[in-house]
Design a protein around this ligand. Structure first.
Ligand code: G3I
Length: 346
């Protein structure tokens, strides 16, 4: 019903244009027809997201690329790939100066073979950090290690990674929303984040550089603190292009002000991305929450990428909470249908 009403509304300006400017109307008719056709033929997440110029991605494990069902679903549905673990510090530089690119290279090559955009994840993060970094106690040595890590990793993938999560989860979850305790914070203070952004820009001038965190989807003390940091970075020319909202949520728990919160960040002149979307639950309640989140994104023009935190519940990091769009047998869930509808409605 809603679709046919939209179709009627789309025809009205075309008819009006035919009366006043037949040539212009011919091209309007063509583009209207093309977009109507794209909407009505979109049968996958990536095609539906493409209607409004967005990407729909997934976090992917290199160890799963040999699983036929997994890869078939990944290739059919998604056009952006985030390595789940393979670009994290403990994986890629387990020992100082020793870089292991094999698994990450496989993922990037797979993405390229399928025309998928790559998000690098994550250059500096307190977790999945090797012991040799965690146990450092010299600020100057740590800063050198951070710069060296970034110049190697971002340099290695330069031109092949469209977005980097440069710094991840740097704020804690208390009502104070202070910076999280970490070796970076302890030895380098607040400056470690901007150091990381500057080093990444130097290593890869073309990638868009993002800060990503969880529990910042609505307006709260934590998102206020991230907002203040981004605003400060923009005012001082620290190279930040995007903010990632991880969106690890629960059915019924989508913040009512999510769209407004995304918009206030976008108004700082950054793109906003949903970087690790998953919603615990099942059935209609989960589908409704997914619809709310995706609607919040599509209503913000600078919300340009939605990335699911995995392909199937079978391999989710929250496996018991069945938070993804495909069940463990790769069946599309109700949540899948609701996401597709919201993307098509635009
Ligand atoms: O690589 C080892 C393997 O050698 C070993 O046999 C196996 C046994 O358990 O563990 C493997 O490592 C696991 C790794 O995933 C790779 O599969 C770790 O135990 C496991 O803890 C790790 O989980 C990852 C988790 O981050 C760690 O914090 C999840 O896959 C990953 O999806 C999850 O993602 C993070 C985001 O990057 C940032 N936001 C939060 C999210 C959840 O922590």
């Amino acid at each position: 019903m809603r679709k046919s009403l939209e179709t009627v509304l789309a025809i009205v300006p075309v008819v009006a244009a035919l009366v006043v400017a037949p040539n212009a109307a011919a091209s309007t008719t063509a583009s209207t027809t093309a977009s109507t056709t794209a909407s009505s033929t979109a049968r996958t997440l990536k095609d539906a997201a493409s209607i409004s110029g967005r990407l729909f991605g997934a976090a992917v494990g290199a160890n799963l690329l040999g699983d036929l069902d997994y890869v078939t679903t990944l290739n059919r549905e998604f056009n952006q790939l985030t390595p789940d673990n393979e670009m994290k510090w403990d994986f890629i530089e387990p020992n100082r100066g020793v870089f292991n690119y094999t698994a990450a290279d496989r993922l990037v090559s797979h993405a390229e073979s399928q025309g998928m955009t790559v998000r690098g994840h994550a250059l500096v993060w307190h977790s999945q950090l090797p012991a040799w970094v965690q146990h450092m106690n010299s600020p100057s040595q740590l800063l050198t290690a951070v710069r060296n890590h970034i110049s190697n990793v971002a340099g290695h993938f330069s031109g092949r990674v469209a977005y980097w999560n440069v710094a991840n989860e740097a704020f804690d979850d208390t009502s104070r929303a202070a910076r999280r305790s970490s070796v970076f914070q302890r030895l380098l203070g607040d400056a470690w984040i901007e150091e990381a952004f500057r080093a990444t820009r130097a290593a890869d001038p073309t990638a868009k550089l993002c800060y990503s965190d969880y529990f910042i989807e609505g307006q709260n003390p934590k998102s206020d603190a991230v907002y203040a940091m981004v605003k400060d970075f923009k005012s001082r020319g620290v190279p930040i292009d995007c903010v990632g909202f991880q969106a690890h949520l629960t059915s019924g728990g989508v913040p009512a002000d999510m769209r407004a919160n995304l918009q206030r960040f976008a108004d700082l002149d950054v793109d906003v991305h949903l970087t690790e979307l998953d919603i615990a639950g099942s059935g209609a309640a989960q589908a409704d929450s997914y619809a709310q989140v995706v609607r919040a994104c599509v209503e913000v023009s600078r919300c340009t990428v939605i990335t699911s935190s995995g392909v199937t519940d079978k391999f989710s990091w929250r496996v018991s909470q069945t938070p993804l769009l495909f069940d463990r047998y790769y069946n599309k869930k109700l949540a899948y249908d609701s996401v597709l509808s919201v993307l098509i409605e635009g």
